[in-house]
Design a protein around this ligand. Structure first.
Ligand SMILES: Nc1ncnc2c1ncn2[C@@H]1O[C@H](COP(=O)(O)OP(=O)(O)OP(=O)(O)O)[C@@H](O)[C@H]1O
Ligand SMILES: [Mg+2]
Length: 138
């Protein structure tokens, strides 16, 4: 599915629409350049899954955990160089939990992304964004 987003709000709405179809153990892998709107997409998704969470970019923390009806993990691999780095963060233990996962910068560590991940590719297109969701749900 391809969505054109002409505003941050549109991108948040796209995240919210996907979130309605998610269930525990789903892993949403986000791809796209700096500042393209990955965190905005996750914020929209979290507004459905855990409305009380304050979503911010876990660029330095690597992971944020939001509580709601379902636990949501929000990863950002921007500062991860390889799978060894990622092991030390507990990523591989966390992704075994009964939670829903969003992961920014999956380009950084392709080998760590589950095979059945729902892939979201965001790119700039004119003044807006092209959002491609490659999965069997959408
Ligand atoms: N159509 C759009 N969709 C999403 N964000 C947009 C759009 N148009 C402008 N923006 C702006 O682009 C920026 C996107 O920031 P955001 O933190 O979501 O990106 P990101 O991909 O997570 O960045 P990073 O690579 O640093 O993690 C925001 O400042 C937002 O307001
Ligand atoms: Mg981000």
């Amino acid at each position: 599915m391809i969505i054109f987003s002409s505003s941050t709000t549109d991108t948040e709405k796209a995240g919210a629409e996907l979130a309605k179809k998610l269930k525990p153990r789903d892993f949403v892998a986000l791809y796209g350049d700096l500042g393209v709107g990955k965190t905005a997409f996750v914020r929209g998704a979290a507004s459905v899954l855990c409305p009380d969470a304050a979503v911010c970019s876990p660029t330095y923390a690597i992971v944020n955990r939001y509580g709601g009806d379902v636990t949501v993990y929000h990863f950002d691999l921007y500062r991860i160089n390889d799978e060894d780095d990622l092991y030390s963060t507990g990523f591989f233990d966390m992704i075994e939990e009964d939670a829903i996962f969003f992961c920014e910068w999956c380009e950084k560590c392709p080998g760590a992304i589950p095979d059945n991940a729902i892939k979201v590719f965001i790119s700039r297109q004119g003044d807006g964004r092209r959002i491609e969701i490659a999965d069997t749900l959408a």
